[in-house]
Write a protein that binds this ligand. Structure first.
Ligand SMILES: [Zn+2]
Length: 418
């Protein structure tokens, strides 16, 4: 399709390049090279100003919803059955450039691509920047989408506090957003027919399969379990090995068991956080507390891994005279993305003979996962050659990013255009 729009609208690849360059310095830490774009901080305000500027430069209808999420509309926001795309601009501490921003920048670039193609829209299209997706400041991920979807109550939101003791409402207020209207927004969600989030892949599946772009099947079920190993504190110099009840030993063996169980099941299991009492160099610990994070493609596999780790931990604890408590601290069941929307996107993207779009699961949470309980959602992933994410080393090649923009444009065209 070509029309007179060709003369005014920039095609997706060119506009992606420009936007990426403009956004790159915002919130980047000079020493680490990573991003510190935490919700409702100055760096976040810069990113939000950038979003608003992009919306206004294109003549889109700009609005901020009651929960602080930013929207840019082409067409009537109230007409209903809208197609929405976007992601988030905030980051984890010293995060990479791609997690979140890739989806937002690609949304604008995909719109530019469609305008350059002369696309005619039959449904309203909105681009969105969800607030506080990473939860770096207040400790809970996906706050903007959770509030909107009614998965976080206003009371819970009011209790969220950052490391300096500032509550979420106060932080919002300081950043110029009125927190009084916080809350579920079913009316807004009711006007959305489909949400598509493009995201950098946070693993190596696409690199291994040799594909630039993938389609999400599901977000793996995942949870956190706390393992408390209790022994007896004693002197590291004078206590004979045979007389010790050292919980560090059974903890260490359990870490290895977690790795073994995960390998056997094709899942992942990680002890990434530990606390030790009394935590002295010359003291045998009295308590070793380790947190297990485990994720798997399906519930029975995850159960098998965690049961296996717990069983191993109990036998090691018994062998060393250690008391063990295991507590599940959080759990999120599998999120299956809408099958009809996924099949439709597979059909639309499958029409491009040069593009193979494998369907893959992911172990990471996203706004699309939160919204999937309320509206049909789908996700596109862009290849990440090392799989590294939540780090300054996170990367996607520009060619692959542009392939993502074009795939997103095709998807939006198929869903929203005549
Ligand atoms: Zn993300």
């Amino acid at each position: 399709m070509t029309t007179e729009n060709d003369r005014t609208a920039k095609a997706g690849g060119a506009s992606f390049h420009e936007m990426w360059r403009d956004l790159a310095p915002l919130g980047r830490h000079r020493d680490s090279g990573g991003y510190r774009r935490y919700a409702w901080t100055a760096a976040d305000a810069d990113c939000r100003a950038w979003f608003r500027q992009q919306a206004e430069a294109r003549g889109l209808t700009y609005e901020v919803d009651r929960n602080g999420n930013q929207w840019a509309w082409l067409g009537d926001p109230l007409a209903g059955d809208a197609v929405v795309t976007g992601s988030h601009l905030d980051s984890v501490p010293d995060g990479g450039a791609f997690d979140g921003p890739l989806g937002v920048v690609s949304s604008f670039a995909a719109l530019d691509e469609l305008l350059a193609r002369g696309a005619r829209f039959a449904r309203p299209l909105a681009l969105v920047n969800f607030g506080d997706e990473e939860g770096a400041r207040f400790g809970l991920a996906c706050v903007g989408s959770r509030l909107t979807a009614g998965q976080l109550t206003v009371e819970q939101a009011h209790r969220l506090t950052d490391a300096d003791g500032i509550t979420l409402p106060r932080a919002m207020e300081a950043a110029g957003h009125d927190p009084d209207a916080l809350g579920a927004d079913p009316e807004r969600l009711g006007r959305i027919g489909a949400f598509v989030e493009l995201h950098v892949e946070q693993g190596r599946a696409l690199d291994l399969s040799g594909d630039r772009v993938g389609l999400a099947s599901a977000i793996w079920p995942h949870g956190r379990w706390r393992f408390d190993f209790r022994g007896e504190a004693n002197h590291a110099g004078t206590t004979r090995l045979a007389d010790r009840r050292d919980p560090m030993l059974s903890y260490a063996e359990t870490v290895l068991a977690a790795r073994r169980e995960a390998e056997l099941a094709g899942a992942v299991a990680t002890f990434g956080k530990i606390s030790v009492e009394p935590n002295g160099v010359n003291a045998i610990p009295s308590l070793v507390r380790g947190w297990l994070d485990s994720r798997a493609a399906d519930q029975p596999t995850l159960d098998q891994v965690v049961d296996g780790v717990e069983k191993a931990a109990r036998s090691y604890a018994e062998a060393h005279g250690i008391d063990l408590d295991v507590v599940r601290e959080s759990f999120t069941p599998v999120v299956e993305f809408d099958h009809a929307l996924r099949d439709e996107l597979a059909r639309i993207l499958g029409a491009d003979a040069d593009l193979r779009v494998p369907v893959l699961g992911t172990g990471a949470g996203h706004d699309a996962g939160i919204l999937s309980a309320s509206i049909p959602t789908a996700m596109l992933f862009v290849r990440n050659p090392t799989g590294v994410s939540h780090s300054p080393a996170e990367f996607a090649a520009e060619d692959d990013c542009v392939a993502g923009v074009l795939a997103l444009a095709d998807a939006l065209e198929g869903l929203a255009c005549k």
